[in-house]
Design a binder for this molecule. Structure first.
Ligand SMILES: [Zn+2]
Ligand SMILES: [Zn+2]
Length: 288
């Protein structure tokens, strides 16, 4: 009976998808090309979502999450951040040979945080997806992008002890204009995803009220490294600091450009008793 119901559900799901494809063809948010919905290769769960496998390789994770938004050609062009890269800030090096090592910037001025990781290079379709999500208020993208970020977390940080997750905050003025904090929404689904990781990992708390952006700053876009550092200096303070005393904090943001904002957050966290601070972002500028 259960099997029959499952088959019945799948048939209706296929009919519904064919109908949707005919009425609403998919349009690539990067190149505007109309494309056909890719076939479902994994079993949808009861809500119709593809079950997230945090251990799947990047080549499966990226299409599984973004194939309804980005055409196959643009998806293939997204560059994951792979070695060799900077062992501190995660900057990917142009040459494809050799070991991870410190980049020139980290060598000259070591960041305050310990280590930064990103899912992919901030270019092409990944940049377009983040842009549509952040500036056009397309909340639906928070789920696939958040899962992609979670995949990066499971591959980069599960072997490190993380006590809490802290999204980079927006100033209340910008929050009012934009209507949502893009970093906060990216991790909104994470508590439910932790159970899929296994390996005895307990659920890690997310503190989205821990860092307060008390000073309104001008946008960082268009500023160079030094100007960004000056612009963001003393813009944050910590609320209820006892939560991070002697704790390992994972800071979350959507894009890593020069790292000035994340570095300033890390400085304030350390100043309030954090033991370690690492960084994770969805994308990273390849050559700031
Ligand atoms: Zn495309
Ligand atoms: Zn570096």
């Amino acid at each position: 009976m259960k099997r029959l119901a499952g088959r019945y559900h799948r048939v209706w799901d296929r009919i519904a998808r064919c109908f949707c494809d005919a009425v609403y063809p998919l349009k690539c948010l990067n190149c505007d090309l109309l494309f056909k919905r890719p076939p479902v290769t994994r079993t949808p769960d009861r809500s119709g979502q593809i079950v997230h496998d945090p251990k799947a390789p990047y080549t499966e994770t990226m299409p599984a999450q973004l194939s309804s938004w980005i055409c196959p050609r643009c998806l293939n062009a997204i560059q994951p951040i792979v070695s060799p890269k900077c062992s501190c800030c995660g900057l990917p090096f142009a040459g494809r040979q050799g070991e991870d090592h410190l980049c020139g910037n980290c060598h000259e001025t070591p960041p305050v945080y310990g280590r930064a990781c990103a899912s992919g290079v901030y270019a092409g379709a990944l940049r377009a997806a983040i842009h549509v999500y952040k500036y056009h208020g397309n909340f639906c993208l928070s789920k696939p992008l958040g899962r992609l970020l979670f995949w990066t977390y499971t591959h980069q940080y599960t072997h490190r002890h993380i006590d809490c997750i802290v999204p980079v905050p927006l100033h209340r003025k910008r929050l009012r204009t934009r209507g949502f904090n893009q970093s906060d929404l990216l991790v909104a689904e994470w508590p439910g995803l932790f159970s899929g990781v296994g390996d005895g990992l307990a659920e890690i708390p997310i503190y989205n009220d821990l860092i307060v952006r008390h000073r309104h700053t001008m946008p960082q876009q268009g500023l160079n490294r030094k100007e960004r550092q000056r612009n963001i200096r003393d813009a944050f303070r910590i609320h209820a600091a006892r939560r991070i005393e002697k704790k390992h904090v994972l800071l979350v943001d959507d894009v890593y450009t020069t790292g000035a904002t994340l570095n300033e957050c890390a400085r304030v966290l350390f100043g309030n008793g954090a033991l370690d601070v690492d960084v994770i972002t969805l994308a990273r500028v390849a050559a700031p």
